[in-house]
Design a protein around this ligand. Structure first.
Ligand code: DC
Length: 672
């Protein structure tokens, strides 16, 4: 996950391969609450690990639920409808799926068993309406106070008379958020051992598929709700929660929408396969498939999987009622950038009360890219850009804004294509943690582009100048790949030692370099499947690397391998000739150095810390000898590129060195 303030996505061209989706947020938080309320122990498999589920888990723990990890699964021992903790203050972030159902459940429990609970969230949560739910609960005898603005969290739930009156139907509005009905449906079975409960809906119920998820999961926990159309819901007398023992959370269908769209836009050669959620899903957002097909996607699927390929191109403009797929519909707004005319998404008033006012947010950000946008109280109409503009997309702390706008990076595929392919900057990319912490990593694992569109930062310099540490830190900050080119020369040296190839045999060394079997996946460096990370750091290996790296044929043999590191979203490459020979067109070149004394001291401290005995004068001499050889060789000698930024860090901390490179980078990439 990225901790950085922005993520630049270079123009993208292709998609294909396979992704596995994290668990559904809607299912995860409902299952957690159900497991927390019911009698007995429930083992939850494939639970989503994200901000929204973390707040629910923390709340349940505070309320006294016992939780134990069991491998990747979680065992929850429920409260059995009793309150062991009678007073608590619960912080629920911006999770509507935690705030609404916990309000209902705790209001009911506090009223019947005595208790006092405070529920709060982030500032945006305190702007998201909850009055309809409070108004439904108060007539039963629940006592709920607004602690801030009336109608909005934070709330205090107070003890009641001990008895709640279920004789009359409980009326709740259905046209603002379906979560109010879900909250009641999840809470009322706490009261229905002896008496039935009836809920009557005022107004047209929106987002019905989310109610289907709720009913489906209630049934898994032993409560069968009788439904009369979408107007009346009856929980029969004798209903109470029973743990199903084990329960699996399916992949998130709303998260699937980004990859379904990705396939429709860019999977031209091989399909994009999505695993974890399939056409058998109980989540309404899986119907996003129909909308994507209407725009031209070719989709096949089965239990737990979907495959998508581009069909029609450009996509067909659509005019569609999005009420059944409110969350996934945001993805359609970005697909509309690639359509053959204006697309209209209707019946999306609920967008205005989500993580942010999503109609306004989408309109502002789509316009930045160059699209024509008309917005109304409950619709948005999008005309594809005539001129695409490089844009910094504001994400409003809304995971879905961040995720769906990543798809704008496929602008080179638009018909007609933009004159210049456009980079898309996603501001505050870590907001995806609400539901999909690894979203960008997952996306980047299945997309491709022209390598010269992928930005490169090169960091060259003499040995022990700290370029490796700097490169890793900068790459980490930017979410980029990293190439430590010295490792390739060191690995060649190690391979030469092992197969007793002479340091003067240029051709044999080049053949070794060409056939290197390296793997960087596991964090370390594997040579022929064996972790050699520690061995590669040996001084003897470094010295031999310095010698053999003078051979032109060895350098030639390592070219392609080095270029292959240039992958989305970008690369930080460190070595001796990154800016001069390997990536001469790099977007930013740093030449990092420090006095020989400073470098020898650093190396000395490193080795001492690693328990290797050595002397400072010996190290200094070795280092100077290596400098001389690297600088004076004929092939790719160590020297700053003409356009490199020179940075002497003899007296700088690593943090301030990183800072200064990042600020150079920010200046090189201006955005509107
Ligand atoms: O950066 P390092 O100490 O891991 O590099 C080991 C040797 O590899 C170094 O002495 C010179 C050589 N090298 C090179 O010639 N070109 C590079 N781009 C990186 C390293």
């Amino acid at each position: 996950m990225y901790a950085i303030p922005f993520l630049d996505i270079p123009p993208l061209l292709r998609a294909g391969g396979s992704v596995r989706l994290p668990g559904s947020k809607s299912i995860s938080n409902r299952v957690l609450l159900l497991a927390g309320l019911c009698e007995g122990t429930t083992t939850v498999h494939d639970l989503l690990d994200s901000d929204d589920t973390q707040v629910m888990l923390a709340a349940l723990r505070t309320l006294g639920c016992r939780m134990e990890s069991e491998g990747a699964s979680l065992r929850i021992t429920g409260l059995g409808g009793r309150l062991p903790v009678r007073e608590a203050s619960l912080f629920l972030g911006n999770a509507g799926t935690a705030m609404r159902p916990l309000t209902a459940a705790l209001a009911v429990l506090a009223a019947t068993q005595g208790g006092s609970f405070e529920l709060s969230g982030v500032p945006r949560m305190h702007e998201r309406p909850i009055a309809d739910l409070v108004d439904a609960l108060r007539p039963l005898g629940c006592r709920i106070d607004y602690l801030g603005q009336a109608g909005y969290p934070p709330l205090r739930l107070l003890p009641g008379t001990g008895h709640l009156d279920l004789s009359a139907p409980i009326r709740v509005r259905g046209d603002v958020s379906s979560q109010f009905l879900t909250a009641l449906l999840l809470a009322l079975p706490l009261l229905t051992r002896e008496q039935p409960a009836t809920i009557a809906i005022d107004g047209e119920l929106i987002s019905k598929p989310y109610i289907e998820i709720t009913l489906n999961l209630l049934a898994r926990f032993g409560v069968c709700v009788q439904r009369e159309g979408w107007q009346r819901f009856v929980i029969p007398a004798g209903s109470c929660y029973r743990s199903p023992g084990d329960i699996h959370v399916e992949g998130d269908a709303s998260s699937a929408s980004y990859f379904i769209a990705l396939g429709a836009i860019a999977a031209t050669d091989t399909p994009l396969r999505i695993e974890g959620v399939g056409t058998d899903s109980i989540q309404g957002d899986i119907r996003f498939i129909d909308a994507a097909e209407a725009m031209g996607a070719r989709v096949t699927g089965g239990a737990g999987w979907v495959e998508v390929q581009r069909g029609r191109w450009p996509l067909a403009a659509i005019d569609i009622d999005c009420n059944p797929i409110p969350d996934a519909a945001m993805t359609l707004a970005v697909m509309a950038l690639y359509a053959d005319g204006p697309s209209r998404l209707r019946n999306i008033a609920s967008w205005r009360v989500k993580e942010t006012d999503r109609i306004t947010a989408m309109a502002i950000e789509l316009r930045k890219l160059g699209a024509g946008v008309v917005e109304g109280p409950d619709f948005i109409e999008i005309t594809p850009p005539r001129h695409w503009t490089p844009s910094a997309i504001h994400t409003y702390d809304d995971h879905r804004v961040a995720m769906c706008f990543s798809l704008a990076a496929f602008n080179p595929l638009a018909v007609p294509p933009p004159a210049e392919p456009v980079t898309v900057r996603i501001l505050d990319p870590k907001c995806v943690a609400k539901t999909f912490p690894d979203y960008f990593e997952t996306l980047f694992s299945v997309v491709g582009t022209q390598s010269d569109w992928v930005p490169v930062i090169t960091i060259d310099g003499p040995t022990a100048s700290g370029k490796g540490t700097l490169a890793c830190a900068v790459a980490q900050e930017l979410g980029y790949q990293v190439l430590d080119s010295g490792v390739l020369y060191r690995a060649t040296a190690l391979a030469a030692m092992r197969s007793a190839v002479d340091a003067e045999d240029e051709n044999a060394l080049a053949a070794l370099a060409d056939a290197l079997n390296l793997d960087f996946e596991a964090g370390g460096v594997l040579l022929d499947g064996v972790d050699v990370s520690a061995l590669l750091r040996h001084e003897s290996v470094g010295t031999l690397a310095s010698r053999i790296s003078a051979w032109p044929a060895v350098r030639q043999a390592l070219l392609r391998l080095q270029w292959s590191f240039r992958r989305v979203p970008g690369l930080v490459a460190d070595g001796r000739d990154m800016g001069t020979v390997i990536f001469p067109q790099a977007d930013l070149k740093i030449y990092l150095t420090a006095s020989a004394d400073a470098r020898a001291r650093r190396r000395y401290q490193q080795l001492e810390a690693a328990g290797v005995s050595t002397t400072l004068p010996g190290l200094l001499a070795g280092l100077q000898e290596r400098d001389a050889r690297d600088q004076n060789r004929v092939a790719s000698p160590l020297k700053p590129a003409a356009d490199a930024v020179l940075l002497d860090n003899s007296a700088l901390s690593i943090e301030s060195t990183v800072e200064s490179v990042l600020s150079c980078w920010a200046q090189r990439r201006p955005f509107a």
